[in-house]
Write a protein that binds this ligand. Structure first.
Ligand code: PMP
Length: 389
């Protein structure tokens, strides 16, 4: 059967990693790959994670199967971060998934089973994996305007206007915070307007929360989603712990679903579990057990929170430094998370790479965490002649 398959475009980011690795210049700068890095350019295991892994190693008595829902206490603890403290609404349930990607895919399969003709609205631009995840599940996707090239902020009015084309039952994917790739975030007023739009037009919001804590802090980064989720009857949330716990390769995530009634919630949960069984049977345990151990322990939770605060402070400090380098970069300071989309032409990117050893994707999306106080001046020097404003 494989003769029918078509060649696939190579992954541009992986190609960039390979080029960066092959570059022998000592002062090369990698702002491509999407992981957090410290001042020394490393992506370390967080201290609370190391401590939790030590405890698990000493105390875990069995690795027997858990079930398609994964670690139940993990999902329960995470639910408080997603929906707000004191929220144990019977209309809401959570299942552990392999990363945020697994949560998105499980949500997509659930939607495809429940409402195959619904269309999923994605921001233009968005994380490149969003469209394939929904398309592979059999759902049609539509793009709505999102990024305003002039202000380098959100084109909110244009977004709302495009969504007037939505049909009842359509799905609206929203980045909970730290939009990838633009670094933009909705204000609380905009979240409220989105909630009103979802209610008016009978749209189901699907919140992708992959960077909670890396914008303005755990609580602040969840606030917009809390307001939306409190205001609508039906919603999905794909959560990733891979960035805020730096557990990337351990694949830690959860899907949360909110339904109008608890009866509907029970049927929906049973369907989600059946789909999970056919996708991965059960999610991998280790990373979720680590997160559960941290969130369930006062001391580890504090340690995790402190380290996450330091990571976020470093990102935001680099944002301020970069923003002051040139007027065309001003908006970088008000953006949040790992990414920013810089105003440079794709055609300038290879020259910047060859001349200065600066590695970034052609769309100008940079990972702020690739910068530090030593390399930032060189980064700016390489970039400035190519800025479009
Ligand atoms: N959503 C967004 C917006 C992301 O940027 C990412 C990761 N790059 C994910 C989801 C998926 O995260 P995970 O690695 O946990 O699958």
């Amino acid at each position: 059967p494989f003769a029918a398959l078509r060649p696939q475009k190579p992954d541009a980011l992986l190609a960039l990693i390979a080029m960066h690795r092959a570059d022998s210049r000592l002062d090369k700068i990698d702002v491509g790959v999407g992981v957090y890095r410290d001042e020394a350019g490393l992506t370390p295991v967080m201290q609370a994670v190391k401590a939790a892994e030590g405890r698990l190693h000493a105390e875990q008595q069995s690795k027997s199967y858990l079930g398609a829902e994964g670690d139940v206490r993990f999902a329960e603890l995470l639910m408080k971060l997603v929906f707000g403290e004191g929220q144990s609404d019977a209309r809401r349930f959570g299942l552990q998934t392999p990363g945020g990607t697994g949560a998105l895919r499980l949500g997509a399969q659930l939607l495809a089973r429940a409402a195959p003709s619904s269309r999923v609205w994605l921001s233009e631009p968005t994380w490149p994996n969003h469209a394939p995840i929904f398309a592979e599940a059999g759902l049609a996707t539509r793009l709505h305007p999102y990024f305003d090239v002039e202000s380098r902020g959100i084109a909110f009015d244009a977004m709302l206007e495009a969504l007037q084309q939505s049909r009842a039952g359509d799905v609206l994917l929203l980045h909970g915070c730290c939009h990838n790739p633009t670094g933009t975030q909705f204000t609380l007023e905009q979240w409220e307007a989105l909630a009103a739009l979802c209610n008016e037009r009978d749209i189901v919001p699907f919140v992708d929360l992959a960077y909670q804590g890396l914008g303005n802090g755990i609580t602040a980064d969840g606030e917009g989603a809390h307001r939306l989720l409190d205001a609508v009857p039906t919603a999905l949330v794909a959560y990733s712990c891979d960035k805020n716990f730096a557990l990337y390769r351990d694949r830690v995530g959860a899907l949360f679903v909110q339904t109008p009634t608890s009866d509907l919630g029970e049927v929906t949960r049973a369907n989600a579990l059946a789909l999970a069984r056919s996708l991965w049977s059960m999610p991998p345990d280790h990373g979720a057990a680590v997160v559960r151990t941290i969130l369930d322990d006062g001391e580890l939770r504090l340690s995790w929170g402190d380290e996450l605060d330091r990571m976020r402070d470093r990102l935001n400090k680099m944002r301020v430094l970069l923003a002051t380098a040139h007027p065309a970069l001003t908006s970088v300071a008000s953006q949040r998370g790992l990414f920013s989309l810089l105003p440079i032409a794709p055609s300038a990117v290879p020259a910047i790479r060859q001349t200065h050893g600066i590695y970034m994707p052609a769309d100008g999306r940079i990972n702020i965490a690739g910068l530090n106080e030593i390399n930032l001046p060189r980064f700016v020097e390489g970039l400035l002649p190519h800025l479009e404003k």
